[in-house]
Write a protein that binds this ligand. Structure first.
Ligand code: NI
Length: 191
């Protein structure tokens, strides 16, 4: 296993639509090794998620894992999840305002609107079809990672640029307010 370099804003691979993976390709040893590396890279960088294009591989695969994350202390834990060829469908028009950051957009956070409840359809890393619902902050994480597969970053969804903050200023000026909002999101949606 290996920690891969994470590419940052300006690298064209972050702006491509990543391609679907076939089941045969997914099950191949190189792709399975790549998924191990994607997870190791995410853990190494303290990410709550990481999408394949962020390590310069434009395939529709992303990893999500929230376990007492120091970058996002208010995020509920979520078990390690690999999504292959994911499709997200909002279950209602309801949205909430999330404060997001991204390993490919170093030292910047900003407010984006995310759907509050989604159906997730994807394969797991063995190619088994999964279908389940996610809500609240977890739904925000899923939308953030799946956006990467379509060449989007959270900055594209920032609706008020005065919300942009470096990480140090976020902690000084925004964390307390957002953590309170995050608690009410978790209370409302259960995650
Ligand atoms: Ni990101």
């Amino acid at each position: 296993m290996a920690v891969l370099p994470i590419v940052t804003l300006g690298n064209p691979v972050l702006r491509e639509r990543s391609r679907e993976v076939t089941r045969e390709e997914l099950l191949s040893p190189p792709m399975q090794a790549f998924i191990d590396d994607l997870v190791e890279t995410m853990v190494h960088a303290n990410g709550a998620g990481l999408a394949a294009p962020q390590v310069a591989n434009p395939v529709r695969i992303c990893a999500i894992w929230v376990k007492d994350n120091p970058r996002y202390p208010y995020k509920p834990n979520w078990p390690l999840t690999i999504l292959v060829n994911p499709v997200l469908t909002p279950l209602s028009a309801e949205e909430f305002v999330n404060y997001e950051g991204c390993l490919s957009v170093p030292n910047l956070r900003g407010e984006v609107k995310r759907f509050a409840e989604l159906r997730v359809e994807a394969w797991d890393r063995q190619g088994n079809a999964l279908s389940y619902e996610v809500r609240g902050l977890t739904a925000g994480t899923f939308q953030h990672e799946c956006d990467h597969l379509d060449g989007k970053v959270f900055l594209d969804r920032v609706f008020d640029t005065t919300s942009l903050a470096t990480w140090a200023e976020f902690e000084k000026h925004k964390l307390e307010g957002f953590a309170a909002r995050a608690r009410s999101i978790v209370q409302r949606w259960g995650s």
